[in-house]
Design a protein around this ligand. Structure first.
Ligand code: HEC
Ligand code: HEC
Ligand code: HEC
Ligand code: HEC
Ligand code: HEC
Ligand code: HEC
Length: 426
């Protein structure tokens, strides 16, 4: 049996690797579709942002470095006085219309930059016009249409099994005809299971190694699957979700132009787990007096009165009440524990780190994917805000002691247990 070939095993392992490399190559496309395609096409067509055709040729050199910096945090590039960045904003009517992507890892940045510089042929503009320039609907179809690498893997395994089976029977009949010629007795036909057992018995060490490799790959892909939940499956994330609301309430007008503090309306954000949506009474604090808006006149503000039972003619709350049914935008699954107070007060995180530039939004849009990967990545790179933080006065000393002598060690959220399953899962 020593001539039993190792090749099927080697090729199976190889296939698994090829499979994971293939996933890497698709990352750029995936990241682009999830984060950028709402605003950018890969042709020269302008959407919210410029078309990205030939972008590598026009940005400052070295282009990959500039692009990475720009994508990660375009605000920083603009603030640095970069002339090209300033011209981009000027061409966009003087407003910086692009979101930051601090949550992208260096690898992800690299792959999305590679992707926009040289998108694969099928998304480049084609004469038939079936390229990327189409509607969001079309782009969505494109992703759905792509072959799931899992099918490729399953297909290859089936094919491998067929080939092994065929080789087995060929070998058996060859051996028998050889034995016949030599006048030896025929080799009895073993069932596949028997043969496998026999082979495994005589190759214990090899079998052990294979089992370990397979277990390892299995565990690694389970971990990856967990880690990427909702990212790999594009359509699970609600990123970009922007439902129309029952009243045309504008954050830009209130929090931006009129500089009303977020906490004025989301007044439990520093006290509890929830940020909370303001009740209509909060609106009435101002709108009892402000009866007309710059854009919709009395129409939208009238809906506030309808909800609160306020009669603007008499100035009394005499009408029936009718609560506003705001549509919730951000939704974590029930098994996830997330606490605003912990992040905003203790962690000193700005609302914009997670919600984007709400101050500039006429209609709120979900800017972060809210996946496990997203939470974890921030916990990996964000340092705990210890200095002058009352919450930490007690344990500060203990932690300093623990990491004494390790000057370069960054005390990230990960180090205080921010990656433990039970911290985030009920
Ligand atoms: C909300 C809309 C929006 C999203 C999402 C967005 N961008 Fe942009 N992007 C813009 C706008 C608008 C500009 C023009 C400059 C400005 O106003 O900031 C721009 C400029 C750029 C430029 C410079 C283009 C040029 O002509 O030199 C690049 C490159 C770019 N974006 C890449 C990306 C990538 C990659 C992503 C996804 C990771 C992305 N953008 C996501 C709106 C967006
Ligand atoms: C004048 C009151 C008011 C102010 C000020 C205000 N908001 Fe809001 N916010 C609302 C209302 C009402 C809603 C629900 C309707 C909507 O989504 O537009 C809301 C919704 C949101 C949502 C989406 C909630 C969901 O459904 O998932 C976020 C995020 C948010 N606000 C963040 C902010 C941030 C950040 C600021 C400060 C920059 C801010 N808000 C300032 C009233 C306010
Ligand atoms: C702290 C004061 C304040 C609060 C609280 C407040 N608003 Fe306003 N609201 C304003 C101001 C100021 C304007 C702009 C008036 C103007 O520019 O003429 C405005 C305008 C509006 C408009 C008119 C928009 C337009 O362009 O026509 C709507 C609708 C509106 N607010 C809804 C709400 C709702 C809903 C709430 C409660 C969730 C709310 N506001 C809470 C101060 C407030
Ligand atoms: C570390 C990230 C993070 C920060 C910082 C953050 N939020 Fe949130 N916010 C979330 C997540 C995640 C949800 C979804 C929560 C859920 O579905 O249970 C959310 C939900 C909300 C909602 C919807 C209502 C609710 O309580 O679920 C509002 C409103 C909101 N945030 C406002 C704010 C404001 C205002 C700030 C700044 C003072 C802020 N957030 C800071 C991550 C963040
Ligand atoms: C923008 C960065 C950022 C994002 C995104 C983020 N966190 Fe955090 N998180 C922090 C910081 C900073 C702390 C540390 C707060 C402190 O000092 O206790 C923290 C702490 C926590 C803690 C307490 C950990 C501990 O050991 O005490 C939990 C639980 C948590 N986050 C859950 C989540 C969940 C769930 C999500 C995703 C829905 C999330 N976080 C997304 C920055 C973030
Ligand atoms: C920092 C917070 C955080 C930590 C730590 C964390 N998770 Fe999660 N997990 C999440 C969030 C947020 C989701 C929801 C993702 C989504 O809906 O796309 C999630 C989803 C999941 C799901 C998917 C359930 C579903 O809805 O399909 C599983 C399983 C899971 N986590 C397991 C784990 C395990 C195991 C660990 C420990 C190794 C862990 N998580 C640690 C935040 C966390």
């Amino acid at each position: 049996m020593s001539h039993f070939s190792l090749k099927p095993f080697i090729s199976a392992v190889f296939l698994l690797f090829a499979f994971s490399i293939n996933l890497k190559a698709q990352d750029g496309a995936k990241i682009f579709k999830q984060n950028c395609a709402v605003c950018h096409s890969l042709t020269d067509q302008k959407l919210t942002g410029p078309g990205l055709l030939g972008v590598a040729g026009r940005v400052p050199k070295p282009e990959t470095e500039w692009l990475s910096k720009w994508i990660k945090n375009n605000n920083k590039v603009i603030a640095s006085g970069d002339a090209y960045a300033k011209s981009l904003v000027a061409n966009n009517g003087g407003v910086d219309g692009m979101s930051e992507f601090e949550y992208l890892t260096d690898d992800e940045l690299k792959s999305v930059v590679a992707y926009i510089i040289a998108p694969p042929a099928e998304v480049k503009p084609s004469a038939s016009g079936s390229g990327e320039g189409g509607t969001t609907e079309e782009k969505t179809e494109e992703v759905k249409g792509a072959i799931d690498p899992l099918y490729l893997l399953l297909g290859s395994i089936v094919l491998l099994a067929i080939i092994v089976g065929a080789l087995r029977s060929v070998r058996h009949s060859l051996a028998n005809s050889f034995n016949k010629k030599e006048g030896k007795p025929e080799v009895p036909e073993m069932t596949f299971v028997e043969e496998v057992k026999h082979w495994m018995g005589s190759h214990r060490r090899l079998v052990g190694v294979c089992v370990i490799i397979i277990l390892f790959i299995g565990m690694k892909s389970c971990w990856n699957a967990c880690y990427n939940l909702g990212v790999y499956y594009d359509y699970k994330t609600q990123k970009g979700y922007q439902p129309p609301q029952p009243i045309k309430f504008s954050h830009k007008l209130h929090a931006g132009d009129n500089e009303i503090a977020c906490q004025y309306c989301h007044n439990s954000v520093e006290k509890s787990k929830h940020a909370g949506i303001p009740s209509v009474n909060v609106c009435m604090n101002c709108h009892k007096a402000i009866q007309k808006g710059p854009k919709y006149g009395e129409k939208e503000i009238a809906k506030i009165y309808e909800a609160s039972g306020f009669d603007p003619k008499t100035g009394n709350y005499t009408n029936p009440q009718n609560p506003i049914k705001w549509i919730k935008i951000h939704n974590l699954p029930d098994h996830v524990y997330f606490n605003h107070k912990q992040h905003v007060v203790v962690g000193k995180q700005d609302c914009a780190n997670c919600h984007g530039k709400v101050k500039e939004m006429e209609v709120v849009q979900q800017q972060s994917p809210l996946t496990m990967k997203w939470c974890i990545e921030c916990h990996r790179k964000t340092e705990v805000a210890m200095e002058g933080n009352a919450y930490y006065d007690k344990i500060h000393k203990a932690l300093k002691e623990k990491y004494k002598g390790q000057h370069d060690v960054k005390l990230t959220v990960e180090k205080i247990g921010g990656l433990e399953c039970a911290k985030c899962h009920y």
